[in-house]
Design a protein around this ligand. Sequence first.
Ligand code: MRU
Length: 346
Amino acid sequence: MRTIYWDYENECVRLIDQTKLPDSLEVISCKSVEELAEAIKRLSIRGAPALEAAGGYGVALAANIAKDMPAAEAKEFIRYKAELLSKTRPTAVNLFCGIERVLKTALNAEDPEEIARLALDEAEKIANEDVERNRRMGRYGAELIPDNAVVITYCNTGRLATVDWGTALGVVRSAVEQGKKVEVIACETRPLNQGSRLTCWELMQDGIDTTLITDSMAGYVMRKRKIDCVIVGADRIVRDAVFNKVGTYSLAILAKEHGIPFYVAAPSTTFDWNKSEEDVVVEERSREELTYCNVKCMKTLIAPENVKIYNPAFDATPLSYVTALITEKGIIKKPYSVNVPKVLGF
Ligand code: MRU
């Protein structure tokens, strides 16, 4: 099952509600752009490539709702809803790519029915391309994973973070598909536990050997065990840094200290190469994510309710810590200032 898709019968966006995992696998419908925007904000759908598809489908949904309106009104409605979607989460560049790509294609037409058709076609293309890109990335990245490998990963970069297959976890899946034995050590990824809830669930579904650790155990594990590499995804790669789930930077420093390769797997749509670290807005999330043990039901306090908090969702890892970037166009090594534009054609 895809993480997100268009429901042709009911003319709406359907997605796996990731806030419910691993308790239950539930698919929800978003019949309005507002519902989809809320789903993005509460992380029912998350992960940079999945957000690209969500952005695309969101504009297609707006265009579908507007198909009986007069042309000028329909265009204004679609633009307004696209703006609403773009205000949901600021860090993953893919969300904006998805929204802008569908908007640009659809608004070329004049007839609202034609706009709706073009928008949905383009959103479907984004979703299909994502799966193909992940498969290609996986094949390239698998070259870096030896047989009997032990890899550490962070957050969730699998099927659930994409339309299907995954980026960093896609690389693991491809290596396993090639017949390699791989053990994945998944960091739980506080505060929302994408690692323990989603990565462990996904990998165990596929029968991949998975061990869960808390984030603070990574250094000790690197000292005690032979770790072949750390492999993570990205929300935005600028010319001097990789933005990914907060905690990635600490993992990169630990990997360097222990002489372990640190790989970042991301599609070309995650690159925002004209920007640098200071241009990127890092999302700050609610205090309840830190003060309650289950933010959904807000029952068990795990910190004094009015303690001062700081809850950035992402951090920036300088590119100098990254051993190689794995993309759908190949593996990119240093110097990145020369090789990224060369391989990705920027
Ligand atoms: O806040 P999230 O869960 O959307 O953060 C996701 C990540 O940081 C992932 O590592 C990143 O999007 C890469 S997913 C292929």
